[in-house]
Design a protein around this ligand. Sequence first.
Ligand SMILES: [Zn+2]
Length: 235
Amino acid sequence: MTHLETPPQPAPGALSPGTPGPAPVLPTASCPPGLSSAEDTHGGSLPSPANPWHTVLPILAVLLLATTLQLRHQGRSWWCACGGLDPVATDIWSPHTSQHLFDPYSFTHILHGVVFCGLLAVAVPRLAVAWRFAAAVALESLWELVENSTFGIERYRTATVSIGYIGDSILNSLADILCCSLGFALAWHLGWRRSLVLYLVVEAGLLLTLRDSLTLNVLMLVHPVEAIRAWQMPH
Ligand SMILES: [Zn+2]
């Protein structure tokens, strides 16, 4: 921050004494520490650094369109076969689960965003948050494609409690990606300690109300435990 120790110099070509006109601009006087280099070192007005969101948002739009087309290609339907327009399905044992926009499992997708935010903060701390957000959305989109592939659906049916799973509707998948985005933004604003509390509270709430949660879901997909599956079955 050497410029802060340098006494202000008249700008080149400054008006001669006595000449009426605007006062000469003192260099760097209003430049906050840490944000100085572009104008100081080059002495001119450089274009400000590009806002990464201007690049990230169009990329995400294309990514979501590609995900939508790929889900359709994998045979997913757009919406629940019941045709009802209710945006929320509350009963996880009903055939409406994963077919409307939101259901109790939407909370696990919010937690996906929280986890991605934390992992990316550790893995690529120097990457702009816009690009980390893009990475989280890309990971969630990839997850939706795998979950809704023939392999993914079969795995859910055999290993977890989702016996009648037929894959998400496309709009449910897009809502899942939206939930993940919200989870990322939430975690970004909350910081890691409060995000950890949020994660534990949501997990506890899901366990108490559904006998399922993100952690159990992942465990049962990777390494099914029959005793847990029996406990999760409807009584
Ligand atoms: Zn329905």
